[in-house]
Design a protein around this ligand. Sequence first.
Ligand SMILES: Nc1nc2[nH]c(I)nc2c(=O)[nH]1
Length: 271
Amino acid sequence: IDLNDPTTDPFEVARHAAGVIAERTGADRHDIALVLGSGWREAGELIGETLATVDHADVPGFHAGAVAGHSGTMRSIAIGDTGRRALVYGTRTHVYEGRGVRPVVHAVRTAHAAGCTTVVLTNGCGGLNPAWEPGTPVLIRDHLNLSGLSPIEGADFVDLTDLYTPRLRQVAREVDPSLDEGVYVQFRGPQYETPAEVRMAKILGGDLVGMSTSLEAIAARQVGLDVLGISLVTNLAAGISDRPLSHEEVLEAGQAAAGRCARLLAGIVGR
Ligand SMILES: Nc1nc2[nH]c(I)nc2c(=O)[nH]1
């Protein structure tokens, strides 16, 4: 299937994908989906027992293309003894991969088609607040979509009030009262922001800069999913600190925070 073929209905592909997931996991419904970004990979382990894994390559609309650090398998996880199931994706598609916007939000649409009512979107990002050391998770309160793109096609004027569900943010803060909140700014990427762009984002009211998440959140709202967004600050955004960004620093900050992030997600999902 070519998701980007105009004659393809992306929601139909999501329904097919959900059918394959149900068949391969033995679960005709999943309750919560998790998209794991940089630094969040290990979270699945603490959520519960992995009952099944499915290769992304086997699911319609997903691509096998392994992105560094991502696994190409999604996992069906029993959430403690709640009887609920989590669908944890092994990889995420970014706009900058040039596959179009539909693949970027396909995981969210598939989660909805699989019966989920909630999606947790995590990412690694740059921080504009020097108080947030690399390795600090921050709840997303709202976003500025500077990508210039949208997953919504046609005259569907979706309201985005409370897009990042207040009830879920409250649950997250009950699990970890030290969590701060911030406004996430999505740039298209793949280049990092210039110091001037970081200053612009700050003037516009942004606290976090990244290259994902906002389009997925919009697509989630379009199908009525509750959304919890959590960013992991892996670096201070360009110009905030006097040192240039290094991808190595980003990766190691993600590794260091892995335990706290995994415990946070497991605590939230288990509620
Ligand atoms: N746009 C943007 N995306 C990021 N992802 C990560 I990890 N760090 C950054 C960053 O500083 N800026």
